[in-house]
Design a protein. Structure first.
Length: 763
């Protein structure tokens, strides 16, 4: 990777403030030079030590009592020649260390500070000169055969290094700089702030001031009806459990992750939550034969998708795509539902073979299929079979009679494996997500170009100090095709890789319009940028030095404990704008405080994809943060009484993720409440809590809660004295029969028992 970056190095068009070298030198050239220098030092050091040991064992090198070293002149010259090579590589290291000053942390500044530029830099030149002087001494020793003088030379050399690189810089920092740190470090703080902001793209963030009003009114709500209609009331954590219970269908399917996206459904732009129905790697018992694992149970099937802002009367999701085969909205027809490449496909598969592949259950029967795509490698010769048998440590690949010349072996079937095998130099986002486009299923994987060594840029915990989301990767869930689309052609790191592999990357214009509609700002990048912006929004050196206005991610409650709030996707209109758009956003709070100080959003729709906006709030008005709203909910006697009663009557209450939704110059707070009856594994979305900073309401639906908050009718919590009971014999029997019908794929019986179960529970 370092060699590729060296050969295809690109200019950034920006220079460092100390040596005036282009930033590209530090990201493309310097890492390779450092690698060569370290390699030379290790090589010459190892060679010199081995050579000395060999001469010692042969008796040609001795340590006597009267003389320091006794050796044949030829042996001495040989050892000194190797040592000179070692010291030459070492001296080169001091030269390169000059540039390393710009990427180290010392004192108040990340990067070279006042002491580094005025003392340490001089010390490195002194160390380099002392190394050259020691080389001259050793050459003289070799010429005169006086090895004892080498000892004096080495001793003096070490004293000079200690003074130039340790004692003098430490004393200067302690006695001169620290008493006047702000004054002396101010120019270097400016470098640190400016270059860190550039490295993470923070310099392109649009900062706006958000004038706040504490009171929302009905007129504002009506003007923002499209935002209200898309407020997400489902939390992905309980929803994933609901998906598994209602849509997993058979034990060999699984839902690994629930993603948030948006689709046009019946002419409306709606936020949805969806998950792929993948093949589980766990085939227990007799089902775990080699034929079942690798030839018959080969793929997942379809997906489950529900509206993020709706629930049914029983507190379940409103599905837009469900069941097997998938059915739902005409806008979301899935004609190729098979998933051969996903997020949990860890084992290899061979398709097609003499064994029919299980496709999906239908009533008491199973539907079978054979793969007709081009994914995988043809096993059309004995040698290919033998090679893959050796690679997989599995002789069944050679011995099985089910394989034919048309059979293909599919390896690296997880999305991230497929992408990493094609482009190992890209850093991948942790969350690939499923997209439906033209009846087919695709995975979109966000990929990043990262680099360390960006001058004056404070690195992340992962060690990189530069990042861009320059590539969107699309993986066909059926064929396994991997395509890389460039979304940030201005990124110099990507330009270097593009120059090295010109056929690997495609223009974003080549991506289908349907897929482009589902690109989203990646959360991993957003979290990195927000984390840095929490400190580097302070651009005045004195404020930055004193850490006067450091921000922090907010806290929320989940499962009764305070946890860090995750950024979340919303479908809303930004203040002052008319277009409904898909955004990734998060509130932020002052460090060690819980009130909200700003909120940050990133656009995911075109035009404007990738733009980040920070809305700073007035410090004169106290705007409640998420944890303060959670405390307000805890203190509301009506709400807390209802939740406590449910908890005491055989149900577990879980409050979902709290969403802060900006509405014009105000904020709406929304939190779902889920109930899980003991003995049941299906969380119900039972209530929705809504607040505007002044009033709270907990009702069965979001609309009802909004009506209460804005005074259209009094809040009359239902069922304040009754709570879902733990299952007794009747419900338990109905649940058991429903689960049996579900395993059989008997949807008629399942529906009948499910309705009976609901009726019994309501009683």
């Amino acid at each position: 990777d370092r060699f590729l970056r060296l050969v295809w190095a690109q200019d950034f068009g920006t220079s460092d403030p100390i040596y005036l070298r282009d930033i590209g030198f530090y990201l493309f050239v310097l890492p390779f030079l450092n690698l060569v220098q370290i390699s030379l030092v290790l090589l010459t050091l190892g060679g010199t030590l081995m050579l000395g040991l060999a001469y010692f064992r042969m008796g040609d090198l001795r340590f006597g009592a009267k003389r320091y070293v006794a050796a044949d002149p030829k042996v001495l010259r040989h050892l000194i020649a190797n040592t000179v090579l070692l010291l030459t590589a070492w001296a080169w290291g001091y030269y390169l260390d000059r540039f390393g000053l710009l990427t180290r942390s010392a004192g108040a500044v990340f990067g070279a500070g006042y002491t580094d530029v005025h003392v340490v830099l001089v010390g490195l030149w002194v160390a380099l000169g002392a190394t050259v002087a020691l080389i001259c001494v050793l050459v003289w020793v070799a010429a005169t055969n006086a090895p004892r003088f080498a000892v004096f030379g080495i001793g003096g050399y070490l004293v000079i290094l200690l003074a130039a690189l340790e004692v003098i810089p430490w004393s200067f920092q302690r006695l001169i700089v620290e008493p006047n740190e702000l004054e002396l470090e101010t120019p270097f703080l400016r470098h640190n702030i400016a270059l860190t902001r550039a490295a993470y793209g923070l310099d392109k963030i649009d900062v706006r001031f958000h004038t706040t009003e504490k009171k929302l009114d009905v007129a504002q709500m009506q003007e923002n009806q499209s935002t209200i209609d898309n407020i997400r009331i489902w939390d992905h954590r309980p929803l994933s459990q609901t998906f598994r219970q209602l849509q997993q269908i058979r034990t060999y399917y699984s839902f690994s992750d629930v993603d948030v996206d948006r689709y046009w459904i019946n002419g409306d732009y709606r936020q949805v939550m969806l998950a792929a129905r993948e093949l589980s790697a766990d085939l227990s018992g007799k089902g775990s034969s080699w034929v079942n694992r690798h030839l018959q149970y080969t793929h997942g099937y379809g997906l489950a998708m529900c509206l993020a802002a709706d629930k049914d009367d029983q507190g379940g999701p409103v599905f837009t795509v469900e069941d097997l085969p998938p059915k739902g909205s005409p806008d979301l027809t899935v004609s190729r539902p098979e998933i051969y490449y996903g997020t949990e496909m860890t084992s290899y598969q061979i398709v097609p073979t003499g064994v029919k592949e299980f496709d999906y259950p239908e009533g008491d029967q199973n539907v079978y299929t054979s793969y007709t795509g081009h994914g995988g490698v043809l096993l059309d010769s004995f040698w290919k079979k033998a090679l893959f048998a050796w690679h997989q440590f599995d002789m069944s690949i050679v011995l099985s009679s089910y394989l034919s010349p048309q059979s293909r072996i599919q390896l690296w079937r997880t999305v991230q494996q497929s992408v990493s095998r094609s482009a190992p130099f890209l850093k991948l986002d942790h969350d690939p997500y499923l997209v439906v486009d033209q009846g087919r299923l695709f995975w979109i994987q966000d990929a990043y170009t990262v680099a360390d060594g960006f001058p004056y840029s404070e690195p992340t915990d992962d060690g990189f100090s530069y990042i861009r989301n320059s590539v969107k990767v699309v993986v066909d869930a059926y064929e396994g095709d991997v395509r890389f689309y460039v979304i940030d052609p201005a990124d110099p790191v990507l330009r270097a890789y593009h120059a090295a592999f010109p056929s690997l990357f495609r223009s974003l214009d080549e991506m289908s319009p349907g897929l482009r509609q589902h690109l989203r700002y990646p959360r991993d990048l957003f979290e990195v940028q927000v984390d840095k912006f929490n400190t580097y929004h302070m651009t005045v050196p004195q404020v930055f030095y004193n850490r006067e206005d450091v921000w922090a991610p907010p806290q929320e409650k989940f499962g009764g404990e305070a946890i860090q709030m995750e950024p979340y996707y919303v479908l809303m209109k930004l203040p002052g704008e008319d277009r409904l758009q898909f955004l990734l956003m998060t509130p932020v709070t002052p460090k060690d405080r819980d009130n909200m100080i700003a909120w940050i959003a990133a656009r995911s729709d075109f035009p404007g994809y990738g733009e980040m906006i920070v809305y700073k709030l007035s410090k004169d008005n106290l705007i409640l943060g998420p944890l303060q709203i959670e405390a307000t909910i805890d203190q509301d006697t009506t709400i807390s009484r209802q939740l406590t009663l449910w908890d005491q009557r055989g149900s577990r209450v879980t409050r979902g993720n709290l969403l802060v939704i900006p509405i014009d110059q105000s904020f709406l707070y929304v939190e779902p409440v889920f109930l899980l009856a003991v003995g049941m594994n299906i969380p119900q979305l039972k209530r929705v809590i809504v607040g505007d900073g002044n009033h709270l309401a907990m009702e069965s639906t979001l609309a009802e809660a909004l009506q209460v908050v804005f005074g259209e009718r009094p809040s009359t919590p239902e069922e304040t004295t009754e709570a879902p009971q733990a299952p007794i014999s009747g419900p338990r029997e109905a649940l058991s029969k429903a689960e049996q019908a579900l395993r059989r794929g008997d949807w008629t019986a399942f529906g009948r028992e499910w309705e009976r179960l609901k009726s019994l529970l309501e009683k």
